[in-house]
Design a protein around this ligand. Sequence first.
Ligand SMILES: [Ca+2]
Ligand SMILES: [Ca+2]
Length: 243
Amino acid sequence: MSVQRNTRSHFRGVCHVIAAVVVVVGFSATAQARNPYRKNFFDAYPSAVGTVLNTVPSQPNHCGVCHFDFGGGGMRNPYGLAVEATDRSEAAILGLDGDDSDDDGFTNGTEISDVTTYINTPTFPGLTPAIVGSVSNVDLADIQDHLVPSTGGDTTPPSVTVIVPNGGETYVGNSGTTVQWIAGDASGIAGINLYMSDDNGVTFRTIAKGLPNSGSYTWHVANRPTTTAWFRVVATDNAFNFG
Ligand SMILES: [Ca+2]
Ligand SMILES: [Ca+2]
C-alpha cells in the first residue's frame, strides 16, 4: 500500500486501557504483611495522608504507591521495587527521597511532597504516562493527572515530525518495517502513540501506545491492501498536551 503524509496535528485517539483482573491467592495474609510498610510510607510523608497517594474513589486506601495492582500484591512499580530492596522502615523509605525511581525527571521526594512548586502534587513516584497502562483495579481517571509533576504553565502541544513513511512508500503486508519520527517539547515527551488509517484518514487504528520517544519502531504491517493509507504519530508531553 502507499502512504500519504499525515499533516493533521489534532488528537483523535482515545486511550483504551484494559485492566487485567488479577486473582491473588492468600490476599489477606499479603495485606496483613503489607500494612506496616504502608504505614511506614505515610509516617515518612505525613503530607501525603488523605491525598491521591492514599485513597481514590475507585479504590479507597489503595496500594498503588508501590503496586501496579491498586488492590495490592503482585508486581511492584519502579518505586515499589526500590522500597522492596530496603528494610522498608520509615528511615529507609526517606532514604529514597532523592532518587528518581520511575525515571520521569523528578525525585521521589519532589513527587510526593513538593506542594509549593507544582499544581498536581503529590504525583506517583512509581508511575509515568508511559507505564500507567500496567495498573489494574483503579479508574485511570482518578490518577492520570498525578503521574508527573506539572507547573501548569505548558499549554503548547509537542512538535512532531514524521520521517518515515512520509508519502509514496509501498509496504508488503505481514512484514515488519521501521517507522521513524522526531518529537520534542519543553516539558519533555511522556509517550508516543502510533496510528494508521486504511480509509484515507476517516478512521485510525492503533499500531502502538505508550512508546518511549526513541524515534523509531518496527511496525508489522497488516495484510489489508489499500492505496489510501495514512500513518499518524501522536506525542504526549509531561503537561498532558497532545500533538
Ligand atoms: Ca520520579
Ligand atoms: Ca512519577
